[in-house]
Design a protein around this ligand. Structure first.
Ligand code: NAD
Ligand code: MG
Length: 412
């Protein structure tokens, strides 16, 4: 049977990797829908190759359609349905013909469509970590209610997913209520003692701290091992990416922040590890290629070819592991505090970071202003409990206004 896949964010780095894996298995997968935001010509090229039924564009469908039909060899262009904006994204995420949704939009903009896909009971492959940070426990509970299969695509979480016992994994997939993961003798379900997320350390792992004030957006986006979109690349340089991933891990695997460790691993070969009560540690390894976790999640529980290169450990020679320097990377401790406190904290952290990264990319603030802006926004925003998506969006909006105000005082 062919699985119909919708790729939200098909013009991005993860979206492109997902298309590549799917193209290797035409007998298994059909691209039913693709979406993109600004890169209309790239979206048109994708649509020409994959011939989806539906294309989701940004906010101006007429212009996009014109670009779509007017671009390249128009005679051979199939005519998919074109939908637009957040309504279009929602329609694709809940489309009855779609079996699997790949959530690969960058940032909080992906939240409504992730929530819709989960609510519609789809198999949802989540790369887009920001919605999980903002309202992960709500989304996981919703997945259990709606019978959605939530599968992690973020490489670290996919690695942990692969190392966990099958029964534990199923809590991630939302098939069982969270309560069913009762403790069976260990500190956490199925005798899991802790998980360890690996982090490359980004491009500034060894840069003298006093030189960081001069860093440009291009330098910050130059990740040593992974080729990724701009926002996540800059998050990797501040290690905010790992901070978000710490919160993401707590959500996926029902663990407190104290059970999520971070280790710097500059080679990005070990993607994460799980320690059990007996002190056995399982790790997942592969070359740094997002097609590996994407193929794993697309075919789970089966295994399919991803197109990634074979891991040659002898050629790599040695793997290094270091304790993160929390003075250089203060985001890690901030995330622990925020994740422990709960409420609106993770939403504020994420929103302030998105604002600060945008301001940095626009040349308005220094690289070293990003984290202080996030910290001040968190400190000044009153704590609030969150119980539904409306409150999440409200908290996100308020945090963005405050973060902009804080950021304006740092303007160059
Ligand atoms: P990217 O910038 O390359 O692509 C982002 C995609 O989202 C594009 O298709 C863009 O058109 C779309 N988009 C952006 N803003 C939008 C909006 N307002 N509305 C609708 N669509 C919008 O980003 P990426 O590197 O592919 O990352 C996507 C997500 O996956 C992020 O949340 C990132 O943290 C996560 N992720 C990425 C990687 C990676 O290797 N790139 C690894 C792990 C997790
Ligand atoms: Mg990751």
């Amino acid at each position: 049977m062919v699985t119909n896949v919708a790729i939200l964010g098909a013009t991005g780095s993860v979206g492109g990797a997902a298309l590549d894996v799917i193209a290797r298995h035409p007998e298994r997968f059909r691209v039913w829908a693709v979406t993109g935001h600004h890169q209309v010509n790239k979206l048109a090229d994708i649509a020409r190759v994959y011939q989806p039924e539906i294309v989701g564009v940004g906010t101006r469908p007429e212009e996009s359609c014109e670009a779509y039909y007017g671009h390249g060899d128009s005679k051979s262009v199939p005519r998919p349905e074109v939908v637009s904006g957040s309504i279009g994204l929602d329609a694709i995420a809940t489309c009855p013909e779609v079996d699997t949704v790949v959530a690969a939009i960058a940032g909080a903009a992906g939240l409504p469509s992730v929530a819709s896909a989960i609510g519609a009971g789809k198999r949802v492959l989540i790369a887009n970590k920001e919605p999980l940070v903002m309202m992960g426990s709500y989304l996981m509970a919703e997945a259990a209610n709606a019978g959605a299969l939530v599968l992690p695509v973020d490489s670290e979480h996919n690695a942990i997913f692969q190392c966990l016992p099958r029964a534990y994994r199923h809590t991630v997939m939302g098939q069982f209520a969270r309560e069913s993961s009762t403790v069976t003798g260990g500190r956490y379900p199925w005798n899991v003692a802790a998980v360890t997320l690996t982090a490359s350390g980004g491009p500034f792992l060894n840069t003298p701290i006093e030189m960081l004030t001069q860093v440009t957006p291009t330098q910050a986006a130059r990740h040593p091992n992974w080729s990724m979109g701009r926002k996540i690349s800059i998050d990797s340089s501040t290690m905010m990416n790992k901070a978000l991933e710490l919160i993401e891990a707590c959500v996926y695997f029902s663990l407190p922040p104290s059970a999520v460790r971070i280790v710097i691993h500059p080679q990005s070969i070990v993607h994460s590890l799980v320690e059990f009560e007996d002190k056995s540690v399982l790790a997942q390894m592969a070359v740094a290629d997002m097609r590996v976790p994407i193929a794993n999640a697309l075919a789970y529980p089966e295994r399919i070819a991803s197109g990634a290169a074979t891991l040659d450990l002898a050629e790599i020679g040695s793997l290094d592991f270091l304790t993160p320097d929390t003075e250089r990377f203060p985001c890690l401790n901030i995330a622990r505090t925020v994740a422990s406190a709960g409420g609106n904290g993770p939403i504020v952290l994420n929103a302030a970071n998105e604002v600060a990264v945008d301001e940095f990319c626009a040349g308005k603030i220094r690289f070293t202003d990003i984290v202080p802006i996030v910290v001040e926004t968190i400190e000044r925003m009153p704590f609030a409990d969150i119980s539904g998506i409306e409150q999440v969006l409200e908290a996100d909006g308020k945090a963005r206004v405050l973060a902009k105000e804080v950021s304006s005082r740092h303007e160059l």
